[in-house]
Design a protein around this ligand. Structure first.
Ligand code: ITT
Length: 184
């Protein structure tokens, strides 16, 4: 089994990555050292920069994950600011912003950054389209999961294995694992 260090402070991301990547023969170990967050609108640039910084810092191949929820009617908000907005507004206040809004389309995007020390980073993205639910539903998952509905259920209402078979993170990690298996 190949082992990759996953630099993140979010243990939910780690357990999802473990489930998804174990099927591709990859094990994941969390490192909580953090990395400087580039101020940029692009999740790809943020993830690439973070992966390169952490690979050089730890002198090891690493992966990072930068994710964001892009709400159509709010011009893509909170997008790259999703962590800050979740901590400050939270799901209930986002629902208030969406009161009476008919267009509830949203895209959840995940970008995996990967890098080896001294190398350029690679990025792998995955997206899932959904809608912002009328109410928070479900107690599973984390973060925005009870707010985003995909195929009639929120991520918060899905068992872990269901979310992990169709989520933005699943799609990004599948791209990553496919590339990793072909490279070295
Ligand atoms: P790290 O940067 O340390 O990896 P983070 O939680 O700050 O962890 P992000 O900036 O990528 O990660 O996440 C943006 C926000 O989106 C944050 O509030 C997460 O909890 C939330 N989030 C990320 N992935 C999610 C998912 O699959 N389901 C629900 N919420 C998610």
């Amino acid at each position: 089994m190949r082992k990759i260090i996953f630099v993140t402070g979010n243990s939910h991301k780690v357990s999802e990555a473990c489930d998804i990547l174990s099927k591709a023969g990859i094990t994941v170990e969390q490192n909580n050292c953090g990395y400087p967050e580039l101020q940029d609108d692009s999740l790809e640039k943020i993830a690439g920069f973070g992966a390169q910084w952490a690979a050089n810092e730890l002198n090891s191949e690493v992966m990072v994950d930068d994710s964001g929820l892009f709400i159509d009617a709010l011009g893509g908000f909170p997008g790259p600011y999703s962590a800050y907005v979740f901590d400050t507004l939270g799901n209930e206040n986002i629902l208030k912003l969406m009161e009476g809004v008919a267009n509830r389309k949203a895209v959840f995007k995940c970008v995996i950054g990967y890098c080896k020390p001294g190398n350029e980073p690679r990025v792998f993205s995955g997206e899932v389209e959904g809608v912002i639910a009328q109410k928070i539903r479900g107690t599973g998952g984390f973060g925005y999961d009870p707010l985003i509905e995909v195929g009639g259920k929120t991520f918060g209402e899905m068992p872990d294995d269901e979310k992990n078979s169709l989520s933005h993170r699943y799609r990004a990690l599948l791209n990553f694992a496919g590339w990793l298996q072909k490279s070295d």
